[in-house]
Design a protein around this ligand. Structure first.
Ligand code: MRU
Length: 358
């Protein structure tokens, strides 16, 4: 996507062919900074500390992490160790495991001296595929927005949660891809952006993406969605997912479930956009998905731009207050109107998913 007229992706191989560039998402929206990953440890830390985040991008970063690890040591033992380390960086998004296992399947049978070059090609292929797949999700999701526009003949209001835009992928995004496509198609639309406490990915990242693209949007407190739905001010919800079970349960950023409940109560269509790499075919029940527990500081403090232009972190609760910080929740398939994938839109059910991915 473009930033001030220049096309960017979220991750790339640098010209030296030995380091990987990323946009440091912990610095957005106030600063745009590039970080260079040199080792597999750098990649694992970038995933753990959320310099890169979003399920598809975590997978791409892990693939490049395997490549960086093999540049240093391409033995069998090193391949095993680097894959194990990267898979542990974050527990919920299944794309991480998917990408690392794909790398391992390609690399393990090769003689060790051939592995670094093969790893470079495979990581690049994962990134190129991610871009194509997300653009296809955008095309399929566009049909839903077009349909709403045909029926209503006025700007379409879409509510989204967290950031499932291009920053969460290599490019295009999942939930925001249909929105970018709708803008290109000239459909008037407006986006309600959940701020997404505790880390505020909506306020920091989704709002930044939409502002950069010139798409009309309002930031809303996480508690506002239900009220807006009752008032008829939301035509469609589209969110992303970090792991979708074979039966269509969806695990996404904490707070997604509450939006799905409100949407069901108000007859608002609730769609989830995902690439096939986010489907965990080994699980049927979403409650079996491991939910990441993050540091309580993320809840107890907020960061923002102070009037003097510096970014500051302030405590919002008493010193003695402890916080709990589950990072994801599970929305059962029965609350999901449909899944938007690169192969089309299906019901959130085993039958629906198998129809698209036999
Ligand atoms: O903790 P994050 O920021 O990595 O969580 C990201 C999300 O929950 C996204 O909605 C999800 O990864 C889908 S992104 C295409």
């Amino acid at each position: 996507m473009n930033i001030n007229g220049t096309p960017w992706r979220t991750i790339w191989l640098e010209a030296d062919n030995r380091t990987v560039g990323i946009i440091d998402q912990t610095k957005l929206p106030h600063h745009f900074e590039i970080v260079r990953l040199v080792t597999a440890d750098d990649a694992a830390l970038a995933i753990r500390d959320m310099l890169v985040r979003g399920a598809p991008l975590i997978g791409a970063a892990a693939a490049w992490g395997v490549f960086l690890g093999l540049l240093a040591d391409s033995s069998d033992a090193a391949l095993e160790a680097v894959c194990a380390k990267l898979i542990q960086a974050r527990p919920t998004a299944v794309n991480l495991r998917w990408a690392v296992e794909r790398m391992k399947t390609v690399l393990a049978p090769l003689p060790s001296q051939e592995r670094p070059d093969a790893a470079r090609s495979e990581a690049a292929a994962i990134c190129e595929e991610d871009v194509r797949v997300n653009e296809a999700i955008g095309e399929h999701g566009l049909r839903l927005i077009e349909e709403q526009y045909r029926q209503k003949g006025r700007p379409i209001n879409v509510l989204t949660h967290c950031n499932a835009g291009w920053l969460a992928t290599v490019d295009w995004g999942t939930a925001l891809a249909p929105i970018f496509k709708a803008q290109q198609a000239g459909i008037p639309l407006h986006v309600w952006v959940d701020e997404t406490r505790p880390r505020n990915q909506g306020a920091h990242l989704t709002a930044w993406e939409l502002a950069a693209a010139g798409i009309d949007h309002h930031l809303i407190a996480d508690n506002s969605g239900g009220h807006l739905m009752r008032q008829g001010q939301v035509d469609l919800c589209i969110v992303g997912t970090d792991r979708t079970t074979a039966s269509g349960d969806v695990c996404n950023k904490i707070g997604t479930y509450l939006k799905a409940l409100a949407a069901a109560d108000n007859g608002v269509p609730f769609y989830v956009a995902l690439p096939a790499s986010t489907i965990d075919w080994t699980l049927d029940d979403g409650m079996a998905i491991p939910i990441e527990e993050r540091a309580e500081e993320e809840v107890l403090f907020v960061a923002g731009l102070a009037e003097d232009g510096s970014v500051q972190r302030v405590r919002i609760a008493p010193e003695q207050t402890r916080a709990a910080n589950p990072a994801f929740d599970v929305t059962p398939a029965r609350l999901v109107t449909g899944l938007i994938t690169e192969c089309g839109i299906c019901k959130a059910s085993k039958k629906g998913l198998l129809g698209l991915f036999p």
